[in-house]
Each structure stands twice: as structure tokens, then as C-alpha cells.
Design a protein around this ligand. Structure first.
Ligand SMILES: [Zn+2]
Length: 149
């Protein structure tokens, strides 16, 4: 819930700033007095139309940056995920799995696993939350090693 609230707040602030930029553009760009009756400036005034196109490209870039930043944040504490580790191998795929990059929360809340090659289009990265009990995971690892020996 906190994760999505942060995303909504970030998108809202970005939208407000970009809308303010468009309003500033409208305010600073003088309307052509020859056209008097007021057709929309967007299509009939080429420099204004180009300025709005640049504003639209800026909106696309900011939207992409907002989504990308949110994708690489911890789902619990909202910190940026760190320590990317490449795992898997194409040449040893049956042994190690497909190549992917794993990011981890610096406070151990979870791991984000992103496929290195998106074969089936844009795939959603897999988030695996970690257990709150560190000792449980360590004991499980030692039990596995006991069974092997
Ligand atoms: Zn975290």
C-alpha cells in the first residue's frame, strides 16, 4: 500500500509540475492577434505547436523515469535496490537457469529478479520478499547442508 501511495504521489507531483509548465508556456507565448476569432493555437501556430511537441516529449520522458524509478525500489521500505548480480548462463541454462539480474534491498526486505533478455515482450520483474526472521533462513541453509553430508 505504501509502495503504491509513493508511486501515486510521485506521479501526481510530476503531473502537477508538467501541467504548470504547460500553463507557463501558454502564458509566455503570445497569441497571434491577426487571427482574432481564436482558432486553437496548437495546430495553426507552428512554433507553438513545436513547443507543445517538445513539452509532450518531456512528459513521456518524465513518465518513463517515474515508472523506472519505482520499479527498482524496495516494496517495503521504498529505498533504491542495490547490488545488481548477474546470475544464470545461456551456455549452462539447464544448470543455472536463464540469465537474469538480481537486485537486493540493502536492509534485506527482498530481492528483485529481472530477466536479462525479455523474450516474450516486457516481462514484469519478480519480487521475492525475504522472511523477517534472519535465523530461520540461516537454519534452513544449515539443515540443507546437514542432509547432504
Ligand atoms: Zn527494503
Amino acid at each position: 500500500m505504501r509502495y503504491w501511495a509513493y508511486f501515486a504521489a510521485k506521479a501526481g507531483v510530476a503531473g502537477a509540475v508538467l501541467y504548470g509548465l504547460l500553463q507557463l508556456l501558454d502564458l509566455l507565448w503570445p497569441e497571434n492577434p491577426d487571427l482574432g476569432f481564436g482558432p486553437p493555437r496548437f495546430v495553426y501556430d507552428l512554433p507553438y505547436t513545436l513547443a507543445v511537441m517538445l513539452w509532450f516529449l518531456l512528459c513521456c520522458g518524465v513518465g518513463y523515469a517515474v515508472v523506472r524509478d519505482q520499479r527498482y525500489r524496495c516494496r517495503v521500505c521504498l529505498r533504491r535496490l542495490r547490488m545488481p548480480v548477474a546470475t544464470g548462463s545461456w551456455s549452462r541454462m539447464l544448470q543455472f537457469g536463464r540469465p537474469r539480474i538480481e537486485y537486493i534491498c540493502p536492509y534485506g526486505h527482498g530481492t528483485l529478479k529481472r530477466e536479462e533478455v525479455q523474450i516474450l515482450g516486457l516481462e514484469t520483474p519478480q519480487w521475492d520478499p525475504h522472511s523477517n526472521d534472519l535465523w530461520e533462513e540461516l537454519c534452513a541453509a544449515s539443515k540443507e547442508s546437514d542432509h547432504r553430508s
